[in-house]
Design a protein around this ligand. Structure first.
Ligand SMILES: Cc1cc2nc3c(=O)[nH]c(=O)nc-3n(C[C@H](O)[C@H](O)[C@H](O)COP(=O)(O)O)c2cc1C
Length: 485
């Protein structure tokens, strides 16, 4: 009897097209210029030829990347326009089958530089999902995300989700091609480029935790890396800070907790309302200062004293790790407490106005009690200061902006599950130490709740999972309040 062979299904490569963010519309002006607009907010994109303006109209539904990949004048103009839109975070990229209008996948960039560039994959390659990739419901959509990825992928076709599930185990491309009806190499290449997938070498076994990335990445728990990238700026496109997103649906909680019904023991008659010690006085005087006196900035000598008081290494010691065969571990003692005595926090100073110290970016070497200059462009320094000014709603930049960065592995080498939360608690101890020392010295400061991990990575060249910001503090000499008339 003749065996009937299943005819291999011919897979057609999807079209990758750039599409304008749904909230924006393009406005073509009579003088040949194009602007993207959302209400009163507009982004000017430059001047273009009539042909480019006509083609740009297709950005509302999707302009295939291949249509402007050539070298013609029109292709170059469209490429420039699309790049400008991308840099402003105004584009998404749709993957669709040439036969159907519906989206298969929509890629939403999370970092400004993202550009869809499928990595090369061949039949002999073996791939597996990154342990940091996760599928979740967002509104009524299914999204594939990863803290390592520069983009998120909206999965619009359930068959693709099924193939992603199969990739929880390593799969050879040749085998996947035979079994997965809806997957194709371009999408896999895009997922590989975004580090949603990893390619395995023979020595990588099943691509488990120790086979993905360097030692610094191996130490990260999944939830901690998601927390780090989502609670800072730079690696996601969601609103950050006081957005009052659900204020219409949920009322605010009261400033003071409603009392428990139990017996009340009054303490007022046992303590004095006036501070009775220098520490109590300092605690009472401490407050945030956001407006600095730029005619009389903080001096280098004051900065040296401030860092000595708050952050200098006081002593160093060694101890065995407390497990059998563990290596000897070095420790230090500093003025503030630190979980596990890890002292993983590093201070980086963006100096805008300090008498005796040049404007620039510096690392505080806490062991040597010294500042070490790091090359940073004027634009990068400006971006740091402007973000701090904005976060504080301040009238000018901080004289010294201290970025508190963490060497994550110093804590996660020992602690599972709680590493990142310990680091944030350590940041709290440093911030209060800064506030008290600044108050004591007649200086002023303010904690800042947001920080851009991508900007810091660009300035320092340090990857965001190795050493990256977890807090900020603005320091300077506060303006003397005008006496009440
Ligand atoms: C973790 C933390 C984050 C903060 N972030 C900001 C910030 O981004 N912008 C700002 O203006 N103040 C910020 N502050 C300062 C608070 O607004 C301030 O401490 C609070 O309003 C109480 O006022 P006081 O510090 O003057 O007593 C922050 C404080 C803390 C502890």
């Amino acid at each position: 009897m003749r065996v009937l062979r299943k005819k291999p299904t011919r897979k057609i490569a999807p079209v990758i097209a750039a599409r304008l963010n749904r909230s924006f519309s393009l406005h073509m002006q009579a003088d040949g210029s194009i602007a993207a607009a959302l209400g009163h907010y507009t982004v000017n994109l430059g001047q273009f030829s009539a042909a480019a303006i006509e083609r740009a109209g297709h950005l509302a539904s999707g302009l295939p990347l291949a249509s402007f990949a050539g070298k013609s004048a029109l292709a170059r103009q469209l490429h420039a326009l699309v790049q400008r839109l991308a840099r402003h975070g105004l584009l998404e990229y749709r993957l669709s089958s040439p036969r159907e209008a519906r989206d298969l996948v929509v890629i939403e960039p999370q970092v400004a530089e993202y550009w869809p560039q499928p990595a090369k994959l061949g039949n002999g390659d073996t791939i597996v999902l990154s342990r940091f990739a996760y599928l979740r419901r967002r509104g009524n959509e299914m999204v594939l995300e990863s803290p390592r990825a520069g983009a998120l992928f909206r999965i619009c076709d359930p068959a693709i989700a099924a193939t992603l599930a199969a990739l929880s185990q390593p799969q050879k491309i040749s085998k996947l091609r035979r079994h997965a009806t809806s997957l194709n190499l371009d999408l896999l290449g895009l997922l590989l480029d975004s580090q949603m997938l990893i390619k395995l070498n023979a020595k990588d076994g099943d691509g488990l935790r120790v086979n993905e990335g360097d030692g610094n990445l191996v130490l990260w728990d999944f939830h901690d890396l998601v927390f780090h990238t989502r609670s800072t700026e730079g690696r996601h496109a969601d609103p950050v800070g006081g957005a009052f997103t659900y204020a219409g649906a949920v009322p605010p909680l009261p400033a003071i907790r409603p009392r428990w019904p139990g017996e009340k023991i009054a303490l007022r008659k046992l303590s004095t309302p006036e501070p009775i010690s220098p520490v109590a006085k300092l605690l009472r005087e401490r407050h945030s200062i956001r407006d600095f006196d730029d005619q009389h900035p903080v001096t280098l000598a004051e900065l040296a004293q401030f860092l000595d008081t708050t952050a200098r290494v006081l002593s160093e010691w060694k101890n065995g790790a407390n497990f059998d065969g563990g290596p000897e571990v070095t420790y230090s003692a500093r003025p503030y407490p630190s979980a596990g005595s890890a002292y993983e926090l590093e201070l980086y100073l963006a100096v805008s106005n300090c008498e005796g110290l040049a404007r620039g970016f510096y690392h505080y070497d806490a062991g040597a009690h010294a500042l070490v200059a790091i090359d940073a462009s004027a634009q990068q320094l400006q971006a740091l200061s402007t973000a701090a000014e904005f976060a504080m709603d301040a009238p000018g930049p901080p004289q010294v902006l201290i970025t508190i960065a963490a060497r994550f592995g110093r804590v996660s080498w020992k602690y599972s599950s709680i590493a990142y939360s310990l680091i944030l608690k350590d940041v709290g101890t440093v911030i209060q130490t800064f506030y008290l020392a600044a108050t004591d010295m007649g200086l002023g400061g303010c904690a800042i709740g947001t920080t851009n991990i991508d900007l810091f990575a660009k300035i320092t060249g340090l990857e965001f999972h190795v050493e990256s910001p977890v807090g900020q503090f603005a320091l300077g000499r506060g303006k003397t309040p005008l006496a009440a008339s």
